[in-house]
Ligand binder design. Structure first.
Ligand code: NDP
Ligand code: 8X3
Length: 252
């Protein structure tokens, strides 16, 4: 099978860390995200450092037409994708259900669920033609539990959990492995995005304990992808040692 990985949300955090890990392992990469300048920077760095081929494709996963057109317009050799990391996602706001913003809800549902579906349908068909592949969906502890004011974000990650299980059944006969990785708290731009640029509030989320790093998740994904052909890790929950549940964090 070819060594090509498609990573969504590669402009920051977990996706960017995955790009580094897969490039280091000699994978050619398709990197996607909305911020083209960042994609080009990451691609330039990895191409120089690891001498791998990189295609960047900038689109908003909420826009179905742009998503499909952008990926379909890549040169046909990129359809030999063997690994898809469905990572693009976000949280917006942290409000009780009676006070939540309709726009925030739409953004989370459209990105975390519908965007993942658009990319997955297209790429799983490429993988079927290629005779197999591996799809990694980034879920969350929020897809296993709910927490106060997590409502819609938690619902989107529960949906990722359900879709992962469904995809595993639907794609079984096509030789496509499907895995969900569910991280606890990882210090990335996630909280800054959730709190709409409020860096101080975001920083506080990770104070008083050692959160996971994006590289911890990327290394775990690589472990999962590098298992022998007859082994699939279906589901993996990975937490900081100081975090027991979504809300139970031991802070100094
Ligand atoms: P970051 O904010 O650092 O990265 C999110 C990535 O998603 C960026 O590359 C961003 O790119 C991309 N993205 C967001 N919205 C869109 C969109 N509409 N279209 C295309 N790309 C988009 O956060 P993380 O790295 O932490 O998040 C990655 C995944 O991990 C998410 O699915 C998140 O829910 C999940 N997760 C995170 C945890 C954490 O504690 N950090 C814990 C559990 C799960 P751009 O803005 O350039 O479009
Ligand atoms: C992100 C995990 O608990 O910080 O998916 O919302 S949490």
């Amino acid at each position: 099978m070819s060594k090509i990985a498609l990573i969504t949300g590669a402009t920051a955090g977990i996706g960017e860390a995955c790009a580094h890990t897969f490039a280091q392992q000699g994978y050619d990469l398709i990197l996607t995200g909305r911020r083209l300048d960042r994609l080009e920077k990451v691609a330039g760095y990895l191409n120089d450092k690891y001498n791998v081929e990189i295609a960047v494709s900038s689109f908003d996963v909420r826009n179905r037409e742009d998503t499909l057109r952008s990926l379909e317009s890549l040169p046909s050799k990129w359809r030999q994708v063997s690994v898809l990391v469905n990572n693009a996602g976000l949280s917006q706001g942290l409000d009780p259900i009676n006070a939540g913003s309709y726009d925030d809800w739409d953004t989370m549902i459209d990105t975390n669920i519908k965007g993942l579906l658009y990319v997955s349908k297209l790429v799983s068909n490429w993988m079927i033609t290629n005779g197999g592949g591996h799809i990694i969906n980034i879920g969350s502890i929020a897809g296993k539990e709910v927490y106060p004011s997590g409502n819609v974000y938690c619902a989107t990650k529960h949906a990722v959990d359900a879709l992962t299980k469904s995809m595993r059944i639907d794609l079984l006969s096509h030789g496509i492995k499907v895995t969900a990785i569910h991280p606890g708290m990882v210090e990335t731009e996630f909280s800054e995005v959730r709190f709409k640029g409020d860096k101080e509030r975001a920083k506080k989320v990770y104070q008083g304990f050692e959160p996971l790093k994006a590289t911890d998740i990327a290394e775990t994904i690589w472990f999962v992808v590098s298992r022998p052909a007859h082994v699939n890790i279906n589901d993996l929950l990975i937490m900081p040692t100081a975090q027991a549940t979504a809300t139970n964090v031991l802070k100094k």
